[in-house]
Design a protein around this ligand. Structure first.
Ligand code: GLP
Length: 240
């Protein structure tokens, strides 16, 4: 794993955006794997600002997102589909038909997971952006998820529900289940960029980079990827 330690969140966001932009500029038809959570927000703001300045086109870019809460429709303000439109897609000239995310309202879970896995095979990702959960999760793959997993429905860990409650009016509103890309799916991306910011991620960063490769720390699997870059600010990297 390539490790880039930066001064602060601003630098992390600029560096992360640069790596995504390199892919977009090399291939106008690139497939981007995108993430939600608060960490990538700065990267997305940079991509929008860069497009405003230089007119970079996303007309043919395709995207696949990592995960979606189960039970939230795409127009719900807490859904990840809504998050992506608001924080990225609406600021780019991307064709919404070319953006993909699991359907949180799908009644048949198995069918939805199979649909998404088929889609991932049809759209091999040139780059996959990731955030890191404080418990070492990637996407919604909680500790204990098999490394061979494809898209599946998960019961969120109590720590994840608590972490994400800050974004909801009340913890009781946080969905307890989600659809998520599996670890095998994530590892299939040609290139991976994982972002970590803040002291509350320091322990997870240490385990991911220096610890054993174990299903108990899902992000540790990234040690096995041939082209993975971690961008961490000083606080997140403080235990390395
Ligand atoms: C959620 C998402 C993850 C994200 C994590 C960390 O659980 N499913 O993809 O990486 O939160 O979020 P944040 O970046 O807000 O710390």
């Amino acid at each position: 794993m390539k490790i880039v330690i930066v001064e602060d969140y601003k630098e992390l966001s600029a560096k992360g955006a640069r790596l995504i932009l390199d892919t977009v500029k090399q291939n106008a038809y690139a497939v981007l794997g995108l993430a939600t959570g608060t960490t990538p927000l700065g990267v997305y703001a940079n991509l929008i600002a860069e497009r405003e300045k230089n007119g970079t086109s996303y007309a043919h870019i395709r995207t696949v997102n990592l995960d979606e809460y189960k039970g939230l429709p795409a127009d719900h303000e807490q859904s990840y589909a809504y998050f992506m439109r608001k924080n990225l897609f609406d600021g780019l000239n991307i064709d919404h038909e070319n953006t993909n995310i699991e359907n949180g309202m799908a009644a048949d879970e198995a069918k939805e997971c199979a649909r998404y896995d088929t889609l991932l095979q049809q759209l091999p990702r040139d780059v996959q952006l990731l955030g890191l959960g404080s418990n070492g999760h990637i996407a919604f793959n909680e500790p204990g998820t098999p490394f061979g997993s494809g898209t599946h429905v998960v019961e969120l860990a109590e720590s994840t529900v608590k972490d994400n409650a800050r974004l909801f009016a009340d913890i009781s509103e946080v969905p307890r289940k989600a659809f998520t890309m599996g670890i095998r799916d994530i590892m299939q991306a040609k290139k991976i960029v994982i972002l970590a910011s803040g002291a509350n991620k320091a322990e997870a960063v240490r385990k991911m980079v220096r610890g054993a490769v174990t299903e108990q720390v899902p992000a540790s699997v990234l040690q096995l990827h041939p082209d993975c870059t971690l961008i961490a600010d000083k606080s997140a990297a403080s235990m390395l």
